[in-house]
Design a protein around this ligand. Structure first.
Ligand code: SF4
Length: 426
């Protein structure tokens, strides 16, 4: 079977490429070339019915929302509702991270309930009840099963290797490994005294990916879990390995995305993103956060949005939603809603600065500014990321013309009177 990337390399402009080009306002030949070079990914399993999106260079920053059960909390309907809510509030993709209950059923229900691409982490299912006793076949069979179901992209922690683990052991980390997939993989390697099969048998993984047009999101098992651990050797060792794996995937015609940290202080985010881009040949970068401080539990959607904005400005392409429940509990539906909206804001703020997408993003802000100038409240709601919340708060204002912040002293109204028609010309 010829993959989407190989078709792009042969000069074929597929319907997926045309769809992405139309959505992004980018010429189809440009999208084709970027896809052929691996600079954008279009995650879409052959069996998928999902919408087509582009992630990477010249594409608007995309956001992902994580949903899924835990072993302590299995409520399929709640997870389906979370997925629907995330899509409603702007998630471009959904990842099912379920670890409790009937994982096949939950995954299929989530896929059936949304129209955006869906990703998963197959090792969560492969590990079952015993990580140590998981076999190599369990790991690859889980990938195949998810691919057969139509999952569009899978996180694979292939950069967690014996060598990156050695680096970790020699580091001064406080939190060692906070990635669940990373911790599973290290436990398995330690117990079995073997290399990570997703690394040693990477070509087999690529064969499965080829069969189903599965995009591989190379997970960051060594991502730092606190500010103290940011930007250390273990993290960069993994980036180097992931860069090599991206190169091998591209040669095999398989699309890749590269995942990144984690917890990073603002002044080190640029370094992280630029290093990731450099070491991976400018692969699409997918960031979990980064959270810019450790001390705001309950508000980590905000610490992540600050980091996501800065990371986007430096070239991150895909932001993973963080909710107010991060580090505290399994998120509820309201947490997912708030996390998705806040991450959407971060992505847009980054787009205002990004080459290739800045003009469209700024046009949106201009429409809002014009509606504000005209005291056109419905116009403002229409441009708002969360119109319901904007309407609800404005309803507290009794004066239909201005708002209760300044009331009669509304500077916009005053200046409209002073400037007259000139005000309307801009
Ligand atoms: S009343 Fe004040 S806050 Fe409200 S629209 Fe006018 S200037 Fe803005």
């Amino acid at each position: 079977m010829t993959t989407l990337m190989e078709m792009a390399n042969s000069g074929i402009v597929t319907k997926e490429i045309k769809s992405v080009a139309a959505k992004e306002g980018v010429d189809a030949q440009t999208v084709r070339k970027l896809l052929a070079q691996g600079l954008i990914a279009i995650p879409r399993n052959l069996k998928s019915r999902s919408q087509v999106i582009g992630i990477g260079k010249m594409m608007q920053t995309k956001i992902n929302a994580n949903v899924g059960t835990s072993r302590d909390n299995v409520d399929i309907e709640a997870e389906v509702e979370k997925a629907i809510t995330a899509e409603k509030y702007g998630a471009d993709t959904i990842m099912d991270l379920s670890t409790g209950g009937d994982l096949d059923l939950i995954r299929r229900r989530i896929m059936d309930s949304v129209s955006v691409p869906v990703g998963s982490v197959p090792i969560y299912q492969a590990a079952g009840r015993s990580i140590e006793n998981m076999t190599c076949d369990d790991m690859f069979n889980a990938v195949r099963k998810h691919a057969q179901d139509g999952i569009d992209f899978v996180t694979i922690h292939a950069g967690v290797t014996l060598s990156s683990f050695e680096r970790l052991k020699n580091s001064d980390r406080i939190l060692d490994v906070v990635s669940r997939g990373g911790a599973f993989t290290i436990s398995w390697m330690q117990h079995n005294n073997m290399e990570n099969p997703f690394y040693s048998e990477y070509d087999y993984l690529l064969e499965i990916a080829r069969e189903y047009e599965l995009t591989i999101s190379l997970g960051d098992g060594m991502r730092p879990g606190c500010i103290n651990d940011a930007s250390d050797r273990a993290k960069f060792e993994e980036f180097i390995i992931l860069g090599e794996l991206v190169k091998r995937a591209r040669r095999a015609g398989i699309q890749t995305i590269v995942e990144g940290p984690g917890h990073v202080p603002v002044d080190e985010i640029g370094l992280s993103v630029m290093a990731m881009k450099h070491l991976t040949g400018n692969a699409p970068i997918y960031l979990l956060g980064p959270l810019v401080t450790d001390i705001a539990p309950g508000y980590d959607h905000i610490t992540a949005a600050i980091g996501g904005t800065v990371a986007g400005m430096y070239g991150a392409d895909f932001l993973c939603m963080t909710t107010p429940a991060e580090h505290l509990a399994l998120p509820g539906v309201e947490d997912i809603k708030e996390g998705t909206i806040v991450t959407r804001i971060a992505a847009h703020a980054a787009d205002l600065t990004k080459e290739g997408v800045r003009e469209r993003a700024r046009a949106h802000d201009r429409k809002m500014a014009l509606a504000r100038r005209d005291l056109d409240w419905n116009g403002q709601f229409k441009q708002a990321i969360d119109p319901d919340k904007a309407k609800e708060i404005h309803a507290r204002s009794k004066n239909a013309d201005t708002c209760s912040m300044c009331g009669e002293l509304c500077s916009i109204k005053m200046m409209r009177d002073v400037m007259g028609e000139k005000s309307q010309e801009r």
